[in-house]
Write a protein that binds this ligand. Sequence first.
Ligand code: SAM
Ligand code: DTB
Ligand code: SF4
Length: 332
Amino acid sequence: MTLLDPPSQKTHEVSIRFDWTLNEIKELLEKPLIELLWQAQLIHRSVNPEYNVQLASLLSVKTGGCEEDCSYCSQSIHNASDITDQSDFDVRGVLKQAKTAKEAGADRFCMGWAWREIRDGKPFESMIEMVKGVRSLGLEACVTGGMLNDEQAYRLAEAGLTAYNHNLDTSPEYYEKIISTRTFQERLETLDRVRKAGITICCGGIIGMGESLKDRASLLRVLATMNPHPESVPINALVPVEGTPLEDLKIVDSTEMIRMVATARILMPNSRVRLSAGREQLNKEAQILCLLAGADSIFYGDSLLTTSNPTVQADKELLSSAGVSVNWDLYE
Ligand code: SAM
Ligand code: DTB
Ligand code: SF4
């Protein structure tokens, strides 16, 4: 081997564990950054040698008017944010947007519904048709719509839903400081129903809501002791929205996002770690460090649900300057 040869693709033996302790996770989060990055990279490079990044597009199908009181959220009726309630259960319109997202390069299409729980009837029937339609375009389909019951989970599975997004958001200990209208346990019960129906789980959280490092470790412990691990783990940085109780919180330091992503990669080697809300607050270099440390997916498209996201053009430049692998040929 010469110095010009590419490094070996398999650099590290990766073991999958479900018995992580709070102290072990805290120690990871507290490591000198350079050490943590190295440990995460060894694993990331081994499980994702081409640094493949999945592009997920996000659409808000039902916006605002939600009964939950999540203190970070612009869509809660308890908050004074400037969001107009809007629902568009027009299946054809949504599928048109999914097709456009696919043409722009996305391979997962996520649909958001600002609900405490999924409602049966016309909206649910349209959700089912949307899922079928997105799948028939050859895209992965993801829905996030609050709590659901067994039957709804089975019907979504039958329609071909790839993943259900249901975040735990923060630690069990800090949870009631952020949300009072539902419990952490209720969140876990929905995740259990999703798993039993055979749908993959997309579950992660938010940092920058005033939680401690121990809370971050505790959230990660709940995720990393699930067996199997959630297939997808979105890591969001709080986007402080005017009119919400968290509007005045300071934007989280970029190294905290890098630490969270790296630790999630170490704990859950085979999960997709999705660099989610708050990317506009990270500069190019910080995002590249996240991609290096373990992020293998981003939300791609000019907006998230009610807030903005880096532009498609900026992301194309970012991904190509990082040199990660995205199958652009499929789309251009
Ligand atoms: N109502 C559903 C639910 O809560 O599961 C689905 C929509 S909800 C907006 C999806 C996720 O977006 C939340 O669980 C939260 O993690 C994230 N989120 C919402 N507002 C955010 C904000 N201002 N900053 C960062 N993440 C946010
Ligand atoms: C997730 O964890 N983040 C996405 C997706 N899952 C649904 C949503 C981010 C929302 C950010 C705030 C907004 O745009 O309203
Ligand atoms: Fe409703 Fe979801 Fe927003 Fe909470 S995060 S207020 S459940 S839309």
